[in-house]
Design a protein around this ligand. Structure first.
Ligand code: AMP
Length: 129
């Protein structure tokens, strides 16, 4: 069972920003930038291109909605998107509020307090439609 499945089942906590029957979005615990969010299908699958075309499209639709909320909640030049999965083998889309190219480098990290995580998750979820 992946660490993200444990978040989905509520076994471990997360700073949740959006959820429906099939997807959940929560803040990355080790963010590249303020507001770095992960969008995760609830059905555990390792690699994004092993998803069915339909599941892939639905993931992109949900990510689009989260990105729109993120753009409203967190001032930035644009939302960067990336899919890697080398650390957690459970499909997830990284959405990163980006101002400079280094915000999309996964060696570039920012420290946030738990209060900041809580406030960010609340601001983003308020904008989610
Ligand atoms: P990758 O699998 O390389 O795409 O990266 C996995 C991402 O998941 C990293 O950016 C981690 O900081 C993030 N991550 C790992 N564990 C957690 C967790 N418990 N809650 C939120 N984010 C996590």
């Amino acid at each position: 069972m992946s660490i993200f499945t444990k978040i989905i089942t509520g076994e471990i906590p997360s700073y949740k920003v959006a959820e429906n029957e099939d997807f959940i979005a929560f803040l990355d615990i080790n963010p590249n930038a303020k507001g770095h969010t992960l969008v995760v299908p609830k059905k555990e699958e390792n690699k994004i291109f092993d998803l069915s075309k339909e599941a892939y499209s639905n993931l992109m639709d949900f990510s689009y909605r989260v990105a729109k909320a993120l753009e409203k909640a967190v001032p930035c030049k644009r939302i960067g998107m990336s899919v890697i999965g080398l650390e957690v083998p459970h499909v997830h889309v990284h959405l990163v509020p980006t101002n400079v190219m280094s915000d999309m480098q996964f060696t570039h990290k920012v420290n946030l307090s738990s209060e900041e995580f809580v406030a960010l998750a609340e601001q983003i979820s308020k904008e989610f439609e």
